[in-house]
Ligand binder design. Structure first.
Ligand SMILES: NC(=O)c1ccc[n+]([C@@H]2O[C@H](COP(=O)([O-])OP(=O)(O)OC[C@H]3O[C@@H](n4cnc5c(N)ncnc54)[C@H](O)[C@@H]3O)[C@@H](O)[C@H]2O)c1
Length: 416
């Protein structure tokens, strides 16, 4: 199979995770990507990823600190995978399109909606593929959840709740995730919730929300951080930081279908945290399946006991995973799986790479294209702008940049 020559740009925690995704794809029968370069402003990070790539993939990618130099030295390069922090997404993606490359970009698509719009303009000029790396929806349990909703198993959805509370005053993963001008957790983590809301429940029209910064000082966590992916940088983390990004969101969501939603997310919850998503419909309720833990969705119907695990498959006779997902997870139809977080994580990332190369080779549109990536961001920003303006805002006005009071200071600092 023809392989897409690709570079990873941004060789921190997620760059390393993406490399493990590539290894997973390399080991499958469907590999269509070849890692040829690694690029990072920090040469030590790029060198480290290249060393790991040599160990895992058997070939060392060329190392760069600058994309223009990479374009000169690697003329065959066709695509970049952007795993920098969100602040760099729009300059790096725009430069990549101007250099004639296709782009896979980590979420959130950009730091601000204006940044996302700049990426879309650059993509249109270049006529190249843009895929946003939304991994949660690619989990077989998310696919099964969506199939159950599409089949109308719980009837008409009345109400969607997504509530998660955690973290207290700990630094979540990296210090930059608490800075407004770098992408706070309500964007960095929240955009996953937003994408899943759109994936499960369809488009959102309007949001009314309040956001707040409770924990202005945050402290280094004593525990590990996300499966050990950030160990290499643990010593660089200060014992405490001053946070500037809000850490708590409470919102009311109006879906285009008429379904009502409530999305509450707090990274300032002390004591016993929890996370819960549930859809209530006209015939029953549905708890979506887990992501990267193999936990089955759970259905409760008015007139029956709980339905979960393999019994769910009878409710969705047409449900089938796509070829790459079925190969990596071992079956076309499943209602749960048993795998560690890192193993499931790298399989979802392998699927993202496969889809990118498949779209380029066969002129297909990626599932999460730039418009879908911007929509998920707009759902987060609708909350931020609504809170700033103290009124409901529509996603359309956010995307059209008619409302940008919250992001104005970030855009000014970015020179946008
Ligand atoms: N999908 C997921 O589950 C998931 C999980 C974690 C992180 N992410 C996303 O991945 C991205 C990276 O997060 P992370 O945790 O790896 O951050 P990180 O801070 O660990 O790594 C970022 C890397 O990008 C480099 N960088 C910054 N600007 C650059 C530029 N202009 N050019 C080249 N390199 C540059 C930094 O030097 C660093 O090595 C973020 O967008 C984040 O939201 C996604």
């Amino acid at each position: 199979m023809e392989k897409l020559p690709l570079a990873i740009v941004g060789c921190g925690g997620m760059g390393g995770r993406h490399l493990l995704g590539l290894k997973e794809l390399y080991d499958s029968s469907l590999n269509n990507v070849e890692l040829v370069a690694a690029c990072d402003l920090r040469r030590d990070n790029a060198e480290h990823l290249a060393d790991e790539a040599e160990r895992l993939l058997g070939r060392r990618p060329a190392v760069f600190q600058d994309m223009a130099e990479m374009a000169c030295q690697v003329p065959d390069l066709q695509a970049v995978d952007i795993t920098t922090d969100a602040r760099a997404h729009h300059p790096v993606a725009c430069a990549a399109f101007d250099l004639g490359w296709h782009v896979l970009c980590e979420k959130p698509m950009a730091l601000t909606v204006r940044g996302a719009n700049r990426i879309l303009e650059a993509q249109r000029r270049a006529g190249k593929v843009l895929s946003i790396a939304e991994n949660y929806r690619r989990d077989p349990m998310s696919r099964l959840t969506r199939a159950l909703l599409d089949a109308g198993v719980i009837g008409t959805p009345y109400l969607f709740l997504d509530i998660s509370c955690s973290a207290g005053n700990r630094i979540v993963i990296t210090p930059w995730r608490h800075q407004k001008n770098m992408g706070g957790m309500l964007l960095d983590g929240g955009v996953h919730n937003a994408d899943m809301m759109l994936y499960y429940m369809g488009d959102v029209q309007q949001v009314f929300a309040e956001i707040r910064l409770w924990e202005r000082t945050r402290y280094k966590s004593r525990g590990g951080n996300v499966g050990g992916f950030y160990e290499r940088w643990a010593a660089e983390m200060p014992d405490s930081i001053t946070a500037t990004a809000e850490d708590t969101l409470v919102s009311v969501i109006h879906f285009a279908s008429g379904t009502m939603g409530q999305w509450t997310q707090s990274y300032a919850a002390h004591g016993q945290g929890f996370g819960r998503r549930v859809v209530f419909g006209s015939r029953g309720s549905l708890i979506p399946g887990g992501t990267r833990n193999g936990i089955s969705p759970v259905v409760h119907l008015d007139d029956r006991q709980e339905i979960t695990g393999d019994a769910l498959l009878a409710l969705v006779p047409d449900f089938a995973l796509d070829t790459i997902t079925a190969e990596l997870f071992g079956s076309k139809r499943m209602a749960s799986y048993s795998m560690s977080f890192p193993e499931a994580d790298r399989k979802l990332l392998a699927i993202e790479y496969y889809e990118l190369a498949d779209c380029i080779a066969n002129a297909k549109a990626p599932e999460v294209d730039g418009l879908a990536g911007r929509r998920a961001m707009a759902l987060c920003y609708a909350g931020f702008e609504s809170s700033t303006l103290n009124r409901p805002v529509t996603l359309d006005e956010i995307e059209a940049e008619e409302t940008g009071a919250y992001e104005a200071e970030i855009n000014a600092e970015l020179g946008l």
